[in-house]
Design a protein around this ligand. Structure first.
Ligand code: ATP
Length: 242
């Protein structure tokens, strides 16, 4: 059996008296796009902050490609690519400069970095923007650059925190298609969203509500388990419990 891209075991977290995650357990297999689906305040960003080690998890364990992110943080983070909710590119640098900086942080030689940058930009059909300042790009293209950056060091796990918020529909759908393609090629993806039209039937779902995992499984299994007929109704069930 291959090592899962991500294992989250019995993780809880609170902001003072405010409980944000309660005994969360799930895993993401390599080659699978897993959608972390939950309404506002469900705990998605908190979970991402624990996986990326922006916060320390006081309980349970988080492993990335088999590496414990508390006991083996360097190995764990070396296998992780992240696109945060808020864009983090330097607007005054070119696309290539932003990517080279990230490659250097991951210890890639300049030659290797340039080879991978060219390959990622080709895949995203934006090689012609290599020398363009990020400030001049549309929101959709900026997001593509962030994905290229997250992939430069060939991570086992790609984390996406609502990356399509604010994009127009064609850019959103292009991004959705690209990420599903990455999973088909073998990457593990964890994608936080509350937009159900971004979900494909073969995706794994982790339904999070008020910090608890309500259901996991592929889309059809979750729909059956929650005794609804469509994914949209999954949300209705959760909201009805508010
Ligand atoms: P959204 O989709 O709105 O980003 P989310 O699913 O990412 O929501 P979180 O931001 O992780 O949810 O929030 C989970 C819970 O923790 C919510 O009840 C939220 O109000 C609370 N929370 C989040 N950040 C803080 C904070 N800094 N201090 C106190 N409570 C917080």
């Amino acid at each position: 059996m291959t090592t899962p891209a991500l294992e989250v075991e019995h993780v809880s977290f609170a902001y003072g008296p405010q409980k944000a995650l309660d005994d969360v357990t799930f895993s993401v297999e390599a080659g699978r796009c897993a959608i972390l689906l939950g309404p506002n305040g469900a705990g998605k960003t908190t979970l991402f902050n624990l996986i990326t080690r922006l916060f320390d998890s006081p309980t349970g364990a988080i492993r990335i490609a088999g590496y414990d992110n508390r006991r083996q943080p360097c190995q764990a983070l070396a296998h992780l690519g992240v696109v945060f909710q808020q864009p983090t590119l330097d607007l005054d640098l070119t696309v290539a400069q932003n990517l080279r900086y990230h490659a250097a942080l991951h210890g890639l030689s300049r030659r290797e970095a340039d080879r991978r940058i060219a390959a990622e930009l080709e895949r995203l059909e934006m090689i012609q923007y290599r020398k363009t300042k990020v400030r001049a790009l549309s929101g959709g293209y900026r997001r593509r650059v962030e994905i290229a950056r997250a992939l430069l060091h060939c991570p086992a796990l790609l984390l996406l925190d609502e990356p399509t918020v604010g994009l127009d529909i064609p850019s959103r759908m292009a991004l959705v298609e690209h990420v599903h393609g990455l999973a088909r090629e073998g990457m593990g993806v964890l994608w936080a969203t509350h937009l159900i039209d971004e979900v494909e039937p073969s995706d794994a779902l982790i339904v999070l509500h008020r910090g608890k995992v309500r259901a996991t499984g592929i889309v059809t299994e979750v729909i059956r388990r929650l005794e609804v007929t469509t994914l949209a109704e999954v949300f209705e069930v959760l909201t009805a419990e508010e």
